[in-house]
Structures are given as C-alpha cells and as structure tokens.
Ligand binder design. Structure first.
Ligand code: UT7
Length: 335
C-alpha cells in the first residue's frame, strides 16, 4: 500500500489589505466589535482585473510545485476546492491545467465550503493510496470579497471573509507510518440553509424570473449565516472530528505537535485550544491577518506554519475544518 505525503506547499494573497477601520468607513461597524467577536484585524481583497480564484490558485501552485522539487509535467491530477469559482461552470480546476500549461490530465472541482480543502486532500490521498496517481496538485482558493453585501445589512458576514489561495503537492511515498495517516469526513445537510448563498442555484430561481424581477432588495446572492447557531455547532464538531482522527491512529491529544484549525473565528480556535489543553506552540492561527478564506484557510495557514519552522519532520500535524453544509473534516499527518 502506498502512502501520500505533502511534499510542497505554497500560498498567495492579494496585496490589497483591508483593515477593520477601512470597513468602518463603508459600513456601520468598528474595529473593537470585529476584534472582540472574531479576532480579525485585517483581510485581503482582490483588486478588479488583477486576481481571480484561478490566478491566485496558480500562483500558490507554482510555489508548491517548486518546493516539491517536481515539474508541472510530473503532476497527474488536479483537485481544486472553492466556493467562489469565477464561472458558474466550468470550475477553476481545468483553468489551472490550462494556465500552468499542463498536459490533459484530469481536473476535479470540489465544493464543500470551509471543509473543501480537507475533502480535496482526502480525495487526493485515496488516489495515491490505490496507486492510480503519483503527484497530485491540491488547491484551495477563494475570491469572497466581490460577492459580499458591503452594506450595513450584511455586516455580520462581510467583515469576516477574505480572499487568498493555498496549494499542496501530495506525492507517493513508500515509507509506512509517515504522511497522511487518515482523513475523516462528515456532513449534516439538515442545516444546509444555516450558512448559504441561495442564488444562483437552478433549484431556487429561474433565470427568466431573475431578469424579470431585477429586484434591488434580493439578498439571495449574498451569503447568509445564522452566526450563533453555526458557532455552537462548530465548536462541537471541531472537537469530535479531532478526537476521531486521533483515536483512529491510537494517538492522544498530547501527541499533537501542531493543530491547524480552519480559520473561521479566533474565538472558536481558542475554545478548542482550551478544551484540549493545548499550548500556544501547538496551535497555529492567522485569521488576524486574512479573515476567513474558506477553502484557502487551511493551506495558507499550513504553509505559513511550515515556513515559520513550526512544522518539522516527524511532527504530528492535525488539520480540522467545519463550515457550510454543514460539513466538517480532519486529517492526521505524520510530517
Ligand atoms: O467558516 C464557516 C464557519 N463559520 C463560523 O464558524 C462562524 C460562526 N459564527 C461567528 O463567528 C459569530 O456568530 C459572528 C462573528 C458571525 C457574529 O458574532 P455574534 O457574537 O454571534 O454576534 P451576533 O450576530 O449575535 O450580533 C450581535 C450584535 C447584533 O446587535 P444587537 O442585535 O445585539 O443590537 C448585531 O447587529 O452585533 C451586531 N453586529 C455588528 N456590530 C458591529 C453584527 N455584525 C456587526 C458588525 N459590527 N460587523
């Protein structure tokens, strides 16, 4: 049986920094509220004409490919996780293949929102374990800022989200007990409408209705979140899925060298850290700088933690996510 290892990591965020004070100039909010409730100080927003979900993914991918010590021609498959594709279809996976000039390998798009990157990693891991592919490019990239309700009406959501991309190369390894030890995926569609963008969606609206209505008060294009309900579910599911990953590998909380939670809210990460009794050295957060970048948040954080020397060979790294769907997931990795 083959193992898969993460052999290269990269991230890219747009240069345009948007602080809490910047937001307070266009919507009724303030730095104190945002920092106290979410821990976020600033986030990045794309500038029109400069970055797209695909182009950011490509920039992150180029770094990951170089660090993996492979060429683009060694990549066998692409998995791209996003909830913010530039086109309704096709998804960005095929455009990454085009823009990197890769031969006609398969390209798969994954949704799964904040858990998207871990779902994508899980898919890639299975293809490597079965021996079907040797090197897989996995990307999480999001342009959220262009789809947010940047008025006071949307403030509880719009201050949270940011743009960016992260990428990883998963490669075949034959060293047992290293690399991705296991992944754990969950969904609870009963709460699908608690964190959602309803439109465009073929089941929700007919295009002819949209053209006819042209309703300025139609909020179905903006993200809706039942914040407190999502928060309460997040802390429970994060805990469960981390424990599930540890137990599956006969490991304990004390074995964790680095926990990287999806960056949804610093208060959620701190709750989990306290619950498990982890020190500051054992948890990595960067939501302060980037906000919640959905499918990009884990690969950006993983890359930054690795670049900072906080993940070393032999470390036990646990990744965990929770988000819209609801979906949640974890990955347990021996680096
Ligand atoms: O990534 C996927 C998973 N996502 C999450 O896990 C997010 C989970 N939820 C949360 O992080 C929090 O629920 C939020 C940060 C979204 C909101 O925090 P909250 O403590 O739940 O606030 P709230 O929505 O209950 O709003 C409290 C008050 C309200 O005012 P009143 O009704 O008490 O007068 C809001 O109108 O805060 C007001 N408010 C704001 N005030 C200033 C909401 N948004 C803002 C804002 N600035 N941006």
């Amino acid at each position: 049986m083959f193992q898969s290892r993460i052999t290269g990591l990269g991230y890219y965020v747009p240069d345009n920094v948007v602080t809490n004070d910047d937001l307070s100039k266009i919507i009724d909010t303030n730095d104190e509220w945002i920092v106290e409730r979410t821990g976020i100080n600033e986030r990045r927003h794309v500038v029109k004409g400069e970055d797209t979900t695909t182009s950011m993914g490509v920039k992150a991918a180029k770094i990951a490919i170089e660090r993996a010590g492979i060429s683009k021609d060694d990549i066998d498959f692409i998995v791209f996780a996003t909830i913010s594709p530039e086109y309704y279809f096709p998804g960005p996976g095929v455009m990454v293949q085009r823009d990197l000039g890769i031969k006609t390998i398969g390209a798969l798009d994954v949704r799964n929102q904040c858990s998207g990157f871990l779902y994508a990693i899980s898919v890639a891991d299975q293809y490597i374990k079965t021996g079907m592919y040797k090197n897989i490019l996995v990307i999480g990239s999001e342009v959220q800022s262009t789809g947010l309700d940047m008025t006071t009406r949307g403030r509880s959501v719009s201050v949270i989200f940011g743009d960016g991309a992260g990428a990883a190369i998963l490669s075949r390894s034959e060293t047992e007990g290293t690399g991705i030890l296991s992944t754990h995926l969950h969904a609870e569609g009963a709460h699908a409408e608690e964190l959602t963008v309803l439109a465009p969606g073929m089941g929700k609206r007919w295009v002819t209705d949209i053209i006819k209505d042209n309703d300025p008060d139609d909020v179905s294009y903006f993200p809706y979140m039942n914040g407190q309900f999502v928060f309460k579910n997040a802390v429970v599911r994060f805990s469960e899925v981390i424990k599930e990953g540890l137990e599956a590998n006969q490991l304990e909380v004390k074995d964790i060298d680095m926990l990287i939670p999806h960056q949804a809210n610093l208060r959620i990460s701190q709750f989990i850290q306290n619950k498990f009794g982890l020190s500051d050295d054992q948890v990595f957060n960067n939501i302060q700088k980037y906000g919640n970048t959905t499918a990009a948040s884990i690969p950006i954080a993983l890359t930054e933690a690795w670049e900072a020397g906080r993940i070393k060979s032999g470390d036990l790294v646990v990744l965990a996510a929770f988000g819209s769907g609801f979906t949640w997931a974890s990955a347990v990795i021996r680096w």
